[in-house]
Design a protein around this ligand. Sequence first.
Ligand SMILES: C[S@@+](CC[C@H](N)C(=O)[O-])C[C@H]1O[C@@H](n2cnc3c(N)ncnc32)[C@H](O)[C@@H]1O
Length: 281
Amino acid sequence: MNRPQRPARWRARLAEMNPTFGRIVLPDDAQLDQDEEYADVEFDGKLRRFRLHDYSDLYAIRGLYETLIYDRLECCSPSRVVGLLEEVLVDFGADPAALRVVDVGAGNGMAGDELDALGVERIIGVDIVPAAREAALRDRPGVYDEYLIADLANLCEADEKRLRSARLNCLVTVGALGFGDIPPAAFTKALDMVGAGGWLAFNIRDGYLHDQDSSGFAKLVQSLGQRRIIQLQALQRYRHRVSVASEPLYYVAMVARKLRDLPDEIMERWVEQPSGHEKET
Ligand SMILES: C[S@@+](CC[C@H](N)C(=O)[O-])C[C@H]1O[C@@H](n2cnc3c(N)ncnc32)[C@H](O)[C@@H]1O
């Protein structure tokens, strides 16, 4: 079968950005955890340190996120996850133009850009930091139909109403689950807002799906599958990016279909009392 191929769209965007920074110096420290990684970036001859997870600081500087994460650290996840979604849609004969997508942890719009190229009907971005929205509107104008600043784990009534009225039929989240970013409660809440029959496409560090995982994601995904709330359609383990010390970081991309609405016991367990998740067997 002729599989669709997705190009690295960010390269063309970056070429238009005229970055204001110079060298990027990466620490040669293989011991750093993923949420401890940093880079030193040169501005006017001086180095300034950025933690890779200080998203607001990175998004504020045009082209820095793309240069650091996508060029230097070779991240491929937005095109990988959206590409896998596209493959499944082709297999099912489903029309991307009918998708109303919520892009959770949308950041400066890398995944939104891929979804836009796929030709979906509507994209709503959600991120917790205002700098993400500012960067997405600055660097990728026209990609998002709406972009909400919200924490899905503590969604206000107005934002929930807004998202529900969009009649979402697809949830995409790229590079945003775990590591102090989006917790299982926020992911479950987002899934609850997608209609039955809708699509789910996301990636996650491979360790988060192991039995020993303590974040809750392994149990949540297992539980959703076992109760036939979602049905897995495609799974791919791949190199998400390299670490600052050039070690490969492997993630799993998954595409699933939401078969039915989330039952009360799932909402109670994962959204209303999320601290109890480690007790589930
Ligand atoms: C690694 S970035 C990924 C951005 C983008 N999806 C990409 O692939 O380039 C993770 C994003 O998740 C956002 N985030 C973290 N916790 C969140 C939460 N509880 N609700 C919404 N967004 C959150 C962060 O602000 C950040 O922009």
